[in-house]
Design a protein around this ligand. Sequence first.
Ligand SMILES: Nc1nc2c(ncn2[C@@H]2O[C@H](COP(=O)(O)OP(=O)(O)O)[C@@H](O)[C@H]2O)c(=O)[nH]1
Ligand SMILES: [Mg+2]
Length: 346
Amino acid sequence: LEPTEQALVDGIRARRPRALARAITLVESTRHDHQLRATRVLDALLAHTGHSIRVGITGSPGAGKSTFIEALGLYLIAQGHRVAVLAVDPTSSRSGGSILGDKTRMQRLAQASNTFIRPSPSGGALGGVAEKTREAMLFCEAAGFDVMLVETVGVGQSETAVAGMVDVFVLLQMPHAGDDLQAIKRGIIELADLVVITKADIDPKAAELAQQQFAGALSMLRSVSPCWRTPVLAVSALASLRDAARLECSGTGTGSTTRLAAGAGIDEFWASIERYREVTTAAGELQAKRQRQAVEWMWTLIDSGLRSRFRHHPKVQHDLESVSRAVAAGSLTPAAAACRLLGHLE
Ligand SMILES: Nc1nc2c(ncn2[C@@H]2O[C@H](COP(=O)(O)OP(=O)(O)O)[C@@H](O)[C@H]2O)c(=O)[nH]1
Ligand SMILES: [Mg+2]
């Protein structure tokens, strides 16, 4: 390792947030030399990764993800956890707005100690963004964070990408039938290890109804795991945040943290996550899942590496335009064209 790389490794091991942020910036860089350095730093830290519970959180825009993550994060650090929040947002590179919105929304969590919040890397295709988030997650683990929350907005393939990098995948849903049906139709519900009906404070009856509808829909699906049935919980993140603020003001201290979310469902949610970890660990499923994810990740990297090598190959660059034109004009079949271009790699 070069001295600057060693400094990053040491800084992360010493849990210095700036070293962690710098390493993640390195991994997010598109520069080839930065990529190589990031890889060396990550290799040096690999033995210190994997010791967190990785939780993926998805839901449509406005479902309450940011508010939920803030409430959950504050609840967890009050219990002595160290919480890192990462985001995979395929829309952020275009709008840029959602990052800012989330950072201001999670202000209290951002200011707390023992937390680290990183918005989605901008630019590039979802595959690239997801890859960088996965590596950022390993850096966070090496920096001693024991809870990883990976947020993704429910757009396109981002749910699948995040479900493929976490231990437990959580779907957040507002208590409205139309919204519920959407998730069921889009197949997201099949990825969920846990479903949370959000904003239960607005209309507790509607939340309960949504809970029943979801439980009904889930009971008709084949369970992914023989030892786990996806529970459906109702949570009010806002009520939890209000309780937390009240406790802070009255200065009751950490002794009352278990009452922090009483009635708001955050405590019940976390108990479910811990039960999930226990049950799947005992059955050997969690380890198997991580092994599977690691091999899939390798293949993702091979695919993107091959694609990049292909695109940058001088002969491909030379031929690509004329071959594309011939395909468009119908004078060359797509199959023959692909065959000719791929032949350049040999
Ligand atoms: N009443 C109520 N409103 C909530 C709750 N959680 C979120 N909201 C509101 O719903 C809106 C969207 O929440 P946000 O966390 O930004 O959703 P995201 O787009 O999924 O991240 C905001 O106006 C929140 O204040 C809740 O538990 N109760
Ligand atoms: Mg948000």
